[in-house]
Write a protein that binds this ligand. Structure first.
Ligand code: HQG
Length: 175
């Protein structure tokens, strides 16, 4: 069952964050897909129960189901342009970005860039950042003075699942 949930979660991430076109799925401007349409078009076995199960058990609360239960979207992590409707808010004094040591030279030169995603992803705690960094190699955690940046006009958003998002973090902020 865990394998099925994992595979379903990966499939949902793929079509809801990156490639709805791969199955001809329509996402509205806020990133919502109609659940019946998703089930009908999915190229893996998909049921409403399975979707609900993935949403409820997702360790990172990756997905949200709409209040009317008709639609689903990813809470963050998009590479396609969606409007999550997030309001810029005041961040905590520090936020953390977990990355791999092999990216450090480039990051110090160019700053933190969203790369394939809409936003740079930041974590509220170092443990989470370490886990994120591990996905790419030997982890290293960058400490971002988020409140100071905010006070100088940088916008920070908090996704439904607690992940912090911002546009770019220029290299001068790491010095
Ligand atoms: C790096 C997962 C070179 C950046 C996680 C990161 C997160 C640079 C990688 C969410 C760079 C992009 C996002 C630069 C940034 N030069 N490398 N100038 N600027 N990078 O996966 O933050 O499990 O797109 O440090 O938990 O790792 O999918 O971003 O290492 O919340 O739900 O480029 O994805 O969530 O990698 O992860 P990613 P991320 P899920």
């Amino acid at each position: 069952m865990r394998k099925t949930l994992n595979e379903t979660s990966k499939f949902l991430s793929y079509v809801l964050r990156h490639k709805p076109d791969a199955i001809g799925l329509y996402l509205d401007p806020e990133g919502w897909a109609n659940i019946d349409e998703l089930i009908g078009k999915a190229d893996i076995p998909l049921t409403l129960e399975l979707i609900q199960n993935v949403v409820e058990t997702s360790d990172k609360k990756r997905f949200a189901i709409s209040d009317d239960n008709q639609s689903i979207r990813a809470n963050q992590g998009h590479s396609i342009d969606v409007n999550l409707g997030l309001e810029a808010i005041e961040p905590p004094e520090f936020l953390y970005h977990g990355t791999a040591t092999r990216f450090l030279d480039s990051i110090k030169e160019q700053g933190l860039l969203p790369k394939n995603r809409q936003y740079v992803h930041l974590s509220a705690d170092q443990a989470t950042a370490a886990t994120v960094g591990q996905r790419h190699g030997k982890p290293v955690i960058l400490t971002i003075p988020a409140l100071k940046m905010h006070d100088q006009g940088h916008k920070f958003f908090k996704a439904e699942n607690g992940v912090w998002l911002t546009d770019v973090v220029k290299p001068n902020w790491f010095h």
